[in-house]
Design a protein around this ligand. Structure first.
Ligand SMILES: Cc1ncc(COP(=O)(O)O)c(C=O)c1O
Length: 397
């Protein structure tokens, strides 16, 4: 028997200026300073209801919605679900052995609907948008988020409008079209797609990464699941960082668990952002001690999802990396391809290039002595390699 659905969502707070907003209204960014808005929850109410036993008693078929107290959707009938979340945390014993690590794990997000972790953020943002009356959603996308939006919009029977780079892998373009979304392809990167979208589309609700408060709420459930699956937070989480929603979400989720007494104080992970040498704004800003990024002029990488020259939440990503004692590092496309093969051959898992980038990054950390051999390390494989066959073929895989 399910206990009664309840969201402890209380307010939205600007992460830059601290102003608060009513979450029962439709919000994007802070109207005062354009900062990212974060959802906050009534943690006392969460504490009254939520224990690990309660969470574990809920059916796995609920996926990420098992944590509904800490999600923003107030009424269960507004949830649009394709079965997102509840992905496995796989012990990567073969890879671990090769690298001399005894506790290496891969959070395999390729098992989500539409084959990537983007399903989590879109499921929650679209459900919440529908709860607040939205019927036409839009976003610029490097491909996977657009595919997720198109699928969830189809399931909900609402409209979706997507702008994506012309270079987007063919699987995602095909998917978006098949789900019935309106797709516009543009020259350049996701930043160019975003510019075109805001210029041309007026009557849509734009759920651009970190420009509305709820995609990160969906992504934070990766953090909940990792803690649930390990029984604690790992020492290190390595994440392929584009717009940063996943990295921010995992951190936010673990902080909320800690506040709710579901995670012991001392056990927060070091957060590591991996980017490509062809598009490395976070790495550069992290190294130079900047609080915001300087976008590269010609961003290029085979890992489409991390080809994001100017993440909107750059200041938050950099803050989390520093606060957590983590770091940012870059890997080449050749190193990514090598890591795709290694993950496939050692673990029977064909990762997306973004997911493989985390392994390439881990190898650098191991070589630089930045990881203790017995530490628990979680790589986030954000999606399935099956969506990148055209890319892999070009690189001789
Ligand atoms: C497969 C994949 N991994 C990683 C990312 C980067 O995600 P985030 O915006 O959470 O940094 C994306 C974004 O498009 C993606 O599609």
């Amino acid at each position: 028997m399910l206990d009664e659905w309840f969201s402890a969502l209380s307010i939205l707070r600007c992460t830059r200026c601290g102003k608060t907003y009513d979450p029962n209204e439709l919000n994007t960014v802070c109207p005062a300073c354009k900062g990212v808005l974060y959802a906050e929850y009534d943690i006392e109410k969460v504490k009254e209801r939520l224990t690990w036993d309660v969470i574990k008693s809920r059916p796995r078929t609920l996926g990420l919605w098992r944590y509904y107290e800490l999600l923003p959707v107030r009424r269960r009938e507004n949830v649009v679900s394709l079965g997102e979340g509840a992905t496995p945390l796989l012990k990567a014993a073969g890879l671990g052995k090769a690298l001399g690590l005894s506790n290496l794990y891969i959070k395999d997000e390729s098992l989500n609907p539409t084959g990537t972790f983007k399903a989590r953020g879109v499921a929650v943002a679209l459900s919440k948008g529908i709860e607040l009356g939205v019927r036409k959603f839009a976003m610029p996308s490097a491909g996977n988020a657009g595919a997720a939006l198109a699928a969830y919009a189809a399931k909900a029977g609402v409209e979706s409008v997507i702008y994506a780079p012309k270079s987007t892998p063919i699987a995602m373009i095909t998917e978006i079209r098949a789900y019935g979304a309106r797709l516009t392809l543009v020259e350049g990167s996701i930043s160019d797609a975003a510019r075109e979208l805001s210029k041309r589309e007026k009557d849509v609700f734009d759920i651009t990464t970190m420009k509305e408060p709820y995609r990160v709420e969906g992504k934070k459930t990766m953090g909940f699941e990792i803690v649930e699956q390990l029984g604690r937070a790992p020492d290190v989480v390595i994440y392929p960082t584009g717009g940063g929603t996943g990295l921010l979400g995992i951190w936010k989720g673990m902080l909320e668990l800690r506040e709710a007494g579901l995670l012991k104080d001392e056990s927060m992970p070091r957060m590591v952002a991996v980017q490509s040498t062809g598009c490395n704004p976070i790495v550069e800003a992290f190294r130079k001690g900047w609080e915001e990024v300087k976008p590269p002029s010609n961003p290029q990488t085979i890992a489409a999802g991390i080809r994001v020259p100017k993440p909107y939440a750059d200041y938050l990503i950099l803050k989390v990396l520093r606060e957590s004692g983590g770091l940012a590092l870059e890997v080449t496309d050749a190193e990514i391809i090598e890591a795709v093969k290694e993950m496939a051959r050692f673990e029977g898992l064909l990762p997306c290039p973004e997911g493989a980038a985390t392994l390439a990054g881990l190898k650098k950390m191991v070589n630089a002595g930045q990881i203790d051999k017995s530490e628990e390390v979680v790589l986030i494989n954000t999606g399935s390699g099956l969506k990148y066959m055209d890319v892999f073929l070009r690189y001789g895989l």
